[in-house]
Design a protein around this ligand. Structure first.
Ligand code: SF4
Length: 260
């Protein structure tokens, strides 16, 4: 369905290609360089005590443990660290070039909702300069994808995790339009989807946040999901999982919160 983003819907692709034709080296403006340089020197934000868009739709218990700042297990291996770092630079490249091309106005836009204990950061934000949604505010989500995931999504649609992240961001920003840009890490081809707000999905995102918020207020975590109770599936991938891991040890409420 989403793959059907029509040519006339696209906000970034055609304008970006025109800009790249005129700037084959992708040289960025001093203004964009200054914005991005500031961003590069910032440490990662403290993710405790707010629910995040990137976790939307995942196990409630996992989101609650992350909210509370419970320490995760294991050390990220060097290869994974390099992959994360590369993803960060892919974001910065797009952000710098789209700022220079005048296709976005701001990057790393932080949006908070205290009542829902929620927070999200948009990779970019702008006003559509062309296409069906010309004149509308839009949020931007950039994803560096490995070859297999890129190819699969390009012929189909973004994964459900990304869709849930976008629903969460619609809820937080009140925007009606969102752009997802997937870049293939192997050859830098990219694919744009323009997603229009689906109110029923946004209401699902609101219901999820209310449910999570209630658990925090009552100091009672949601139970482990069935697979994890059997020590299968997500149990072995989740940063709180594993035998004797933080999820197992937390019971109905963890003894140590906030990374203390
Ligand atoms: S181990 Fe399973 S149940 Fe526990 S937080 Fe992770 S995904 Fe949720």
């Amino acid at each position: 369905m989403l793959n059907m983003s029509l040519q006339e819907d696209l906000i970034i692709t055609n304008a970006y290609e025109e800009w790249l034709d005129k700037n084959p080296d992708g040289t960025i403006s001093p203004e964009a360089a200054a914005i991005v340089a500031k961003q590069m020197a910032k440490p990662d934000r403290d993710r405790r005590f707010s629910f995040s868009a990137s976790q939307a739709g995942s196990c409630y218990r996992r989101q609650e443990l992350a909210f509370l700042g419970v320490k995760t297990v294991g050390v990220t291996d060097p290869k994974t660290r390099r992959i994360f770092n590369n993803g960060r630079w892919v974001h910065l490249k797009w952000q710098a070039q789209l700022l220079t091309a005048g296709l976005i106005d701001a990057i790393e836009v932080d949006v908070k909702n205290t009542r829902l204990k929620a927070r999200c950061t948009l990779d970019g934000m702008g006003v559509a300069t062309r296409g069906r949604y010309q004149g509308e505010d839009f949020g931007l989500e950039i994803k560096g994808r490995n070859y297999y995931t890129y190819m699969q999504q390009a012929k189909d649609e973004p994964d459900e995790g990304t869709r849930r992240q976008v629903d969460f961001q619609f809820l937080m920003t009140g925007f009606d339009v969102k752009v997802i840009l997937n870049e293939n890490k192997n050859d830098q081809t990219y694919h744009e989807w323009v997603i229009y707000r689906d109110e029923s999905r946004v209401q699902d995102a609101r219901a999820e946040l209310r449910e999570l918020s209630k658990a925090i207020d009552k100091e009672r975590l949601h139970p482990m999901i069935p697979d994890c109770k059997r020590q299968e599936g997500e149990f072995n991938r989740c940063p709180f999982g594993g035998n004797g891991g933080p999820c197992m040890m937390a019971g109905t409420w963890p003894a140590r919160i906030g990374g203390s």
